[in-house]
Design a binder for this molecule. Structure first.
Ligand code: BDR
Ligand code: CA
Length: 308
């Protein structure tokens, strides 16, 4: 199985990404590292464990990481995810432990001691950048980083120019995008094409066991926000695209291009400047995904959630 670490700020869509990984024998989840993002760190460390317990996997290692971006105050997204970050389904507070080790140390140790670890950041990139700054040697050992973040044609969701995960910690994003590590990026262009339509949410709700109905409650919750905002037939399910890529890359299409992060301009802070048309000779540093077979994605996701 492919060894992965999910770095996350749950978040309903983060929760679904974690569940998809836990349901998939092709992946060995070494640990879940939490970061501040959608809600403060004090909540994301609770939410990650709620999700593990929902999946019946209290042995999963969950770590607390950075509680704020490298160089800026934290911006959160309760307006999308609710006060808890996991509004929409009421679940009990977790009893499983939080690990003592700091998330950044866990990432560094894992990359040094295990072969070919894949990092799957689905929140701001603070933990990953801190690990790379503190232990530059791990860059050569990481197999791939699969990121949910950024946007090209779809441009921004937190500002007109920027996607939330990159906007919250653009300095961290810049470190990761300049790291030379193999990067795969799931921008809003992709995630806005995998919408939680009524039929897709109903299919989650109809699954046997507790997981399907919980996911339906979550997706119902943030659907209200996104449908009002975008006028679309459902909400984008961003973060699970990363895990689906690891399971079935043939669902996705994209290009190897240059992507740079804006860290200076007030107007376009956190923008992923993506050279989709190859108009510069800047080095190609990321596989930027541009399309997804949405029906195939939901078929995979629904089948896997049904295993939990
Ligand atoms: C990203 O921001 C968060 O709100 C979601 O969990 C996702 O990771 C989408 O912009
Ligand atoms: Ca997220």
């Amino acid at each position: 199985a492919r060894k992965i670490i999910i770095d996350t700020d749950p978040g309903q869509d983060d929760a679904v990404a974690i569940l998809l990984a836990l349901a998939s024998p092709e992946l060995e989840l070494l640990g879940i590292t939490c970061v501040a993002g959608n809600v403060p760190l004090s909540r994301t460390v609770i939410n990650a464990r709620i999700v593990c317990e929902l999946a019946g996997r209290p042995e999963v290692k969950v770590f607390a990481g950075c509680d704020r971006p490298l160089a800026r105050p934290l911006v959160t997204a309760e307006h999308v995810h609710g006060k808890t970050g996991l509004d929409g389904t009421d679940l009990p507070d977790p009893v499983m432990p939080l690990q003592d080790q700091h998330a950044v140390d866990f990432i560094i140790d894992s990359c040094r001691t295990q072969e070919a670890v894949t990092l799957v950041p689905i929140g701001p990139l603070t933990n990953i950048a801190t690990a790379l700054q503190r232990a530059p040697d791990i860059a050569a050992k990481i197999d791939e980083i699969v990121i949910m973040g950024g946007a090209y044609f779809e441009v921004g969701n937190i500002t007109p120019a920027a996607e939330f995960n990159i906007y919250v910690d653009p300095e961290a994003a810049q470190i990761v995008f300049r790291s030379g590590i193999k990067l795969t990026v799931m921008p809003l262009d992709v995630t806005h094409s995998v919408l939680t339509t009524r039929a897709r949410i109903d299919a989650f709700r109809a699954l046997p066991g507790a997981v399907g109905p919980a996911v339906a409650g979550w997706t119902d919750f943030f659907e209200r926000f996104d449908m009002a905002k975008y006028g679309s037939e459902g909400a984008p399910l961003h973060d699970p695209c990363t895990v689906a890529w690891l399971l079935q890359p043939a669902l996705f299409s994209g290009r190897q291009i240059n992507v740079e992060i804006e860290t200076v301009s007030e107007l376009t802070l956190g923008m992923t400047v993506a050279d989709w048309w190859g108009v510069t000779d800047r080095p190609k540093n990321a596989f930027f995904v541009g399309g997804c077979d949405a029906d195939g994605f939901y078929a995979l996701l629904t089948e896997r959630l049904g295993r939990l």
